[in-house]
Design a protein around this ligand. Structure first.
Ligand code: ZN
Length: 420
């Protein structure tokens, strides 16, 4: 699937440092790339409530990582999935009387437009679940053959049903290593986030669905030996990532609410399919955006949408600057006044850097931005370095018209903010 048209990214003199990022598995800072190419998989949206600020915050964090990799001079291979069929989308279709495909298409288009407006570099591969069904079917068949999955009969279904298929977590001794949650916490989150702990016939309450046999009124696809049906949530990312990237790839990413059950389960499925300990060397997750005192979420009803802000005339560069001003791992509260502050900052930057008049040298400032981003994407420090340059610019003794141009390009290439 075509993602969106990406921005033209400026080239700046010199090269950046290897970005160190916090790895959720080992709990420390680790080099985000070790070879000539950096490989990234990020979970995409389920297209029914896109794109709220929590989504945007997540994809901007990975965009900063991609930009730092490009600045380092390594090749980048970035794959992103799209959950274009799943329970929440079908529920939305039922609730609104709209066709689920229409909702998915409209919301995916909105998401792409929002990403383009925010100058997010598109993934090299943008792949949906619907277009990946044959590979998912093959993977589930392999898991059954390997004794890592089992069928559960569907009560009251037609005689043709072969039943649903669940992964057998008991067959994975490494299960639980990513989230490291208590059994109670797992049980609670599994119920809250799309799991079905009370489904009769499962070996373990937490065993996740791999293939849902066709039900009346639900979309379904040919599942070969599985019978008609549709994929479960976690297997899709395991399959799309392995289809698009060599394993183990460098970074598996998403919002922190995906750590459990989504990534824990999908990493377990990847292990069953590849025999590797994990599909990725590192796991990177972003913090949650709150609004009105609670995490921004559909269930609370406190979503703020990128497209609505842009429709109201908000400058996308100011929105980007406001969002990346928060460290990617922290939880934080969205307040409208952040936009005004970002607008004011942008105006100061434009005044000092965007003009053609001579300004002070910027090499040191560009080095500071690079170092800040290499330290676990410390965007606040990177922004502060630009602020410092802007404050000191009129006093600089050495004047060069090229310095401001270099800094302008660096702010574009590294932070994704275009000042001209
Ligand atoms: Zn995913």
């Amino acid at each position: 699937m075509h993602p969106w048209t990406g921005p033209i990214v400026s080239v700046i003199p010199g090269t950046g440092e290897v970005p160190q990022i916090h790895d959720d598995i080992s709990g420390g800072l680790r080099p985000s790339v070790v070879g000539e190419r950096a490989n990234l998989y990020v979970c995409g949206i389920t297209p029914y409530d896109s794109t709220h600020l929590g989504h945007a915050f997540t994809y901007l964090a990975f965009d900063l990582l991609v930009r730092a990799w490009r600045d380092l001079g390594v090749g980048v291979r970035y794959a992103q999935g799209l959950t274009d069929v799943d329970d929440p989308l079908l529920e939305r279709a039922r609730a609104t009387g709209k066709d689920w495909r229409k909702i998915a298409a409209q919301q995916t288009a909105l998401y792409k437009a929002d990403m383009a407006a925010l100058r997010v570099i598109p993934p090299d591969s943008y792949r949906g679940v619907v277009e990946s069904v044959p590979q998912i079917v093959a993977a589930v068949e392999r898991m059954i053959d390997a004794g890592r999955a089992y069928r559960v009969p569907v009560a009251g279904s037609g005689a043709s049903s072969l039943g649903d298929v669940y992964a057998d977590l008991g067959a994975d001794p490494d299960y639980g290593g990513l989230s490291r949650l208590s059994r109670e916490a797992q049980d609670r989150l599994f119920s809250e986030r799309g799991g079905d702990p009370d489904r009769p016939g499962k070996r373990d309450r937490l065993d996740p669905l791999l293939w849902r046999a066709a039900r009346a009124g639900e979309p379904s696809w040919d599942g070969r030996t599985l019978g008609r049906g549709r994929p479960g949530w976690h297997i899709e990312c395991a399959v799309i990532a392995s289809a698009e990237l060599d394993q183990p790839f460098d970074v598996l990413g998403g919002g922190r609410d995906l750590v459990f059950p989504h990534h824990e389960m999908s990493v377990s499925h990847s292990r069953a399919l590849s025999g590797l300990e994990a599909p990725a060397r590192l796991s990177m997750h972003t913090g949650m955006v709150h609004y009105d005192g609670q995490k921004m979420s559909k269930s609370v009803g406190n979503l703020v949408f990128v497209s609505e802000l842009l429709d109201r005339g908000v400058n996308p560069a100011a929105l980007r600057l406001a969002l990346i001003g928060h460290h990617y791992r922290g939880d934080w509260e969205w307040r409208g006044r952040e936009l005004a502050l970002a607008e004011a900052r942008l105006a100061r930057w434009r005044e000092a850097i965007g003009s053609v008049k001579p300004q002070g040298p910027s090499g040191e400032t560009i080095a500071k931005i690079r170092s800040a981003l290499a330290r676990d994407l410390d965007t606040a420090a990177a922004i502060a370095a630009v602020d410092d340059w802007v404050s000191a610019a009129p006093l600089a003794r050495e004047r060069s018209p090229y310095a401001a141009a270099d800094l302008r390009r660096a702010i574009d290439a590294l932070l994704g903010i275009k000042l001209y």
